[in-house]
Design a binder for this molecule. Structure first.
Ligand code: G3P
Ligand code: MG
Length: 245
């Protein structure tokens, strides 16, 4: 059986506050082989890792990421909302994550959060940072904004891209070819087992999200997905270990 990538969704977000260095470090300890994270840009053009456009839910401020400087953002506590034990965790920069991942063999899935807010120069800045670390072969850029994926592929043909989608795309492998993407990052309900093989025949990998149930993981592995994005990488690591992959 071929190996299946184990992507920790927003880091090990089942156990730690999402998209924090604590969550990323924990995913390494739990047996993940990849990390999925969400990339946005501050008002002074710095790349930061946070899911929501608003800081409300995870950092307790009513401002938007796009309206604060990195210095302002780093004053905020991004850990306490999850558990007081994580007080003092900050919203990390992309650079901090790449510094952590560079010495490992981790594959990093950078989800560009530009579906709602269009960050001027986001694609260029992310690609520049990835190249700076020499990590192009271990990065997958994904987005619900498929225009942005086409732009990334144009700017950096050597970096893989993944199409994020929630519902039934018609012949998604054909669409992936049009967008120039190597992977389909589908909400797991939208993954039809027969399609996984059809996509694989054309060199397109399925990396479904966000799968936390072991039975669903098993079905997707049997269907031949190339990776799974999960909040609980330890559950997937255990399954993969038992399956001998
Ligand atoms: O990249 C997979 C998944 O993270 C997409 O949805 O909302 O969790 O970023 P979301
Ligand atoms: Mg995401």
């Amino acid at each position: 059986m071929k190996s299946v990538l184990n992507f920790a969704h927003r880091g090990a977000s089942g156990y730690c506050p999402e998209n924090t260095m604590a969550a990323f470090r924990r995913s390494i300890e739990l047996g993940a082989t990849g990390i999925e994270t969400d990339v946005q840009m501050t008002s002074d053009g710095q790349l930061v890792l946070i899911h929501d456009e608003s800081l409300k839910r995870t950092a307790g401020s009513s401002r938007l990421v796009k309206d604060v400087t990195l210095e302002e953002l780093q004053q905020l506590d991004a850990g306490s909302w999850f558990d007081p034990a994580f007080e003092g965790e900050r919203v990390p920069t992309l650079r901090e994550l790449l510094e952590l991942a560079a010495p490992t063999s981790f594959v990093i899935n950078l989800e560009l959060k530009n579906g709602i807010i269009q960050y001027e120069g986001l694609e260029e800045a992310v690609i520049e940072e990835v190249r700076r670390f020499g990590m192009s072969d271990r990065i997958i850029i994904s987005s619900f904004n498929h225009y942005s994926l086409v732009k990334c592929k144009h700017l950096a043909p050597e970096i893989r891209t993944g199409i994020l989608y929630m519902e039934g795309l018609y012949e998604p492998w054909e669409y992936a070819a049009r967008v120039g993407a190597e992977a389909l990052h589908a909400y797991y309900y939208a993954v039809i087992p027969e399609w996984v093989a059809q996509a694989a025949e054309r060199g397109i990998a399925y990396h479904p999200f966000t799968v936390n149930d072991a039975d669903v993981m098993r079905k997707l592995i049997d269907a031949g997905v190339a990776g799974i994005i999960t909040d609980y990488p330890d559950r997937l690591a255990e399954l993969l270990h038992d399956a001998g992959t």
